[in-house]
Ligand binder design. Sequence first.
Ligand code: PLP
Length: 421
Amino acid sequence: MIYLDNNATTRVAPEVVEAMLPFLTDGYFNPSSLYAPAEEVHRHIEEARASIARAIGALPTEVLFTSCASESNNTALFGAVQAGGLNSRGEPRRHIITTAVEHPAVLEVVRRLRTLGYDVTELPVNRAGQLDPADFVRALRPDETLIVSIMHANNETGVIFPVSELARITKQTDEAIIFHTDATQSMTKLPIDLAGEMKNVDLLSFSGHKFHAPKGVGALFIRRGTPLRPFLYGGHQEGGQRAGTENVPYIIGMAKAVELAAATHSEDAQRMTALRDRLEKRLVESIPYLEVNGGGAERMPNTLNVACHAVEGESLLMSLAEAGICASSGSACTSGSLEPSHVLRAMAVPSTAIHGNLRFSLSRYTTEEQIDTVAEVFPKIVASLRQLSPFWNDHQQRPDFSSWQSELEKKYAKDQAAPEG
Ligand code: PLP
């Protein structure tokens, strides 16, 4: 099997499993208990916290363990709202800024907050998936904006947002505005220095399973002094900031995964970039009408998002799976109708290509041989699916791309408008 879906989740590193095992067997004690073996477990958690804090330039007390990035994002946003930042007139701040391309673990939270009376600005992106800093500056409302939540790197396209710069602008505009970033995809893949470049970021979310730790553990960095109410009540754990007995083995595993990544970060990034670029080049050369989504922007080293005109992502995925290749598509097939990715829609990817979208995401375990196999197999799959497409065949007779594309646009618009079921 060739696994190129590492932005969805990653395999657990063998060293991580090894580090976790003692805490799944003999070291099962509740870290809050007051006898020596339990205190020993507690000590290991605090070591894990200190190690993760060191890796991101934080203080140990600024690292809150959670169950996943979704929980971290919910804690950041609901926690900030609950803490109820006030403006200079003593009234609650009710404005939130985010982007149209956030993960649903942010977008759905802010949309929920909108129904509760918060005013939410969703910043648009351009065709390459980039934000316009001028839009951001215009969106900031001194004395009114409560929190900004802008992701570090996009999970679908890998496009990187300049969060350090946006956080700096935020604090220059109004020191009291809280700046949150969802770093779920960038953690361990891009440098994160909360004492340096990112010193204006107040809250930062991530999740272990994106970097070779298991699913079910994450963290939220909370800069000292940031007003934040707990999201989970009912226990004194995590300094009273999150109730619930700590997931000891997974916390230990996540710290190990961070350490492993720190040791090989720059080599891994270089290798993944070279392999990703190799794949991209070969696909662009061998597949006509292929779009590289986010290709014009600064991207994470491991992500390649392509869109092929006149084929469906689901058919591509199924054919790839038959060839033993795991990738993913931005569109979800629900009740027979295709719901295109909100990220690609925000990027105004033409509807003729948005449905033929596919994401390949690499890891440090991806090999050159695997990339070459995909580069060999994928163009053949696209060609054979296009042979089955009446639109593609029509195009072959009449190779005028723009009129062909506008016909396809109309077809897709009609399909979209058709009732489901
Ligand atoms: N944020 C981003 C950018 C993601 O890519 C994901 C998962 O894909 C999440 C949040 C949610 O992560 P988790 O599954 O750990 O809740």
